[in-house]
Design a protein around this ligand. Structure first.
Ligand code: 6GU
Length: 230
């Protein structure tokens, strides 16, 4: 998979080297690049923003640097998906993470200030596939944090990224439920025992217990996931 990010804070993405991403790149599963939006300006001050047309508070990101940056990235004929993180977007979840993991080329456009000139969305919606994605119902200062979160969630789903692919199947939010509780040695810690069934060696009983626990936990902590909000 190829991932390009356009941002005015390229160093923001250095954290990705620490997590799974460094591994993915080293293994050649991910071609990841960050591009500084200011490299697509031509004035002395490398201006990326302007005052809002019609007046109002804050600043709006100018269309020209975005046009220059995105033109160069979509030029390769890779049928990329352009993702603009924004509070107005579709709320990100595990289903969408799987959807994005099936793409060949993702381009993230990280907006700052009050947003990007609307004509940028209009232009690229006409020329490419565009998706607005939100992390949740709260406001961040820009798309960078959201992009880091989305890339981490997507990259770990790429084939060969986790040692044991079964751990992907059983984790929280797969199959629309939370994960069952996990334990490891010692058998007793501060008087608290590992549930008997997990030490029984009875694999059918363990699978049954875990399935029950997933349902109980989901009902208790996230009933909305079950769609019956009880
Ligand atoms: Cl993706 N961007 C911004 N700026 N704020 C957000 C968000 C994204 N998701 C939640 N809040």
């Amino acid at each position: 998979m190829k991932i390009d990010v356009v941002s005015i804070f390229p160093v923001f993405f250095n954290v990705l080297e620490l997590s799974l991403l460094g591994k993915a790149r080293a293994r050649g599963m991910l071609d990841f690049a960050v591009h500084d939006l200011r490299d697509h300006t031509h004035d002395k001050h490398r201006t990326v923003d302007g005052t809002p047309a019609g007046g109002g508070a804050g600043m709006v990101m100018k269309a020209e640097p975005w046009g220059s940056a995105l033109d160069s990235l979509i030029a390769g004929g890779t049928d990329p998906l352009l993702i603009f993180p924004a509070p107005a977007g579709e709320v990100f979840n595990q289903r969408l993470a799987h959807e994005l993991a099936a793409e060949k080329h993702l381009i993230f456009g990280c907006g700052r200030y009050e947003g990007i000139d609307q004509r940028v969305f209009d232009e690229y919606t006409a020329r490419a596939r565009v998706k607005l994605v939100s992390l949740g119902d709260y406001v961040l200062n820009g798309g960078e944090v959201a992009t880091v979160a989305i890339i981490e969630a997507v990259a770990r789903l790429l084939p060969g990224m986790v040692g044991n692919p079964e751990s992907l199947v059983e984790e929280s939010h797969e199959g629309g439920m939370l994960e069952y509780p996990n334990y490891t040695q010692p058998a007793v810690w501060r008087g608290r025992e590992i549930p008997e069934v997990l030490r029984s060696g009875n694999h059918a009983a363990i699978a049954k217990w875990r399935a029950e626990q997933r349902l109980l936990r989901t009902r208790e902590l996230r009933p909305d996931l079950l769609g019956d909000a009880d």
